[in-house]
Design a protein around this ligand. Structure first.
Ligand SMILES: [Zn+2]
Length: 214
């Protein structure tokens, strides 16, 4: 059902890959991304759980990156192995070089292999919506023309919609994909201190929605 269509290796030699559903007929195309931040592994768990379900007659084409930041995941750290926060490394109009803190955006925009991997995916497909899975704020954040979609995801999960996360995020993926490329982009912030099982119980409806309804 899913085929690995793009593969790349990080500077530590770990693989990043894109899975594409092999349904010839489809309505929309949705990109789902897990583990932007290495210490937020829940997204990959949910994705793998979803991939094990009975996936028949998908309405939409699904593009899935189970783990964007395998180097960070291995070290259980937010950033990649260059200590760059990938969610501040995108070539947005507001990108700027910052001091080397936890949110360091890199020496220049799109300096990182992981960032370029996503840009390549966006350049190669016509994508109708993006679901990027993070933790731990228990909210549905969105960028670009995604207000109604965010309300829908909120109604499925019970997590509140928050359009602004409360602090500036120059070079963020949401600004890049949502605001500047105009692709409806949902940042699903999962709650912390929840078991994988209870996260799946709540969020499987989000996966079903993007696969069969959206
Ligand atoms: Zn995050």
């Amino acid at each position: 059902m899913f085929k690995k269509v793009i593969s790349e290796h990080t500077i530590q030699g770990n693989e990043i890959f894109l899975l594409e559903s092999q349904n010839d007929k489809f309505d929309k195309t949705v990109l789902i991304i897990g583990v932007f931040h290495g210490e937020e592994p829940q997204g990959e768990y949910l994705i793998n759980r979803f991939l094990k379900t009975d996936l028949m007659n998908l309405k939409n084409k699904l593009l899935i990156i189970p783990c964007l930041n395998p180097d960070g995941k291995i070290k259980n750290q937010r950033q990649n192995s260059n200590l760059v926060d990938l969610n501040r490394n995108f070539p947005t109009k507001n990108w700027k070089r910052t001091e080397k803190n936890d949110y360091y955006g890199g020496e220049f925009s799109a300096s990182e292999i992981e960032t370029k991997f996503i840009i390549n995916v966006l350049d190669n497909y016509r994508i109708d919506a993006i679901l990027s899975i993070h933790a731990p704020f228990k909210i549905v954040n969105y960028d670009g023309p995604a207000k109604n979609l965010a309300n829908k995801i909120s109604s499925l999960t019970g997590y509140k919609v928050q359009s602004d996360i409360g602090y500036p995020t120059p070079g963020s993926f949401g600004t890049y994909a949502g605001v500047e490329r105009n692709i409806p982009t949902i940042t699903l912030e999962l709650p912390e201190n929840e078991t994988d099982e209870s996260l799946w119980a709540v969020n499987k409806s989000v996966f079903s929605y993007f696969a069969y309804e959206f």
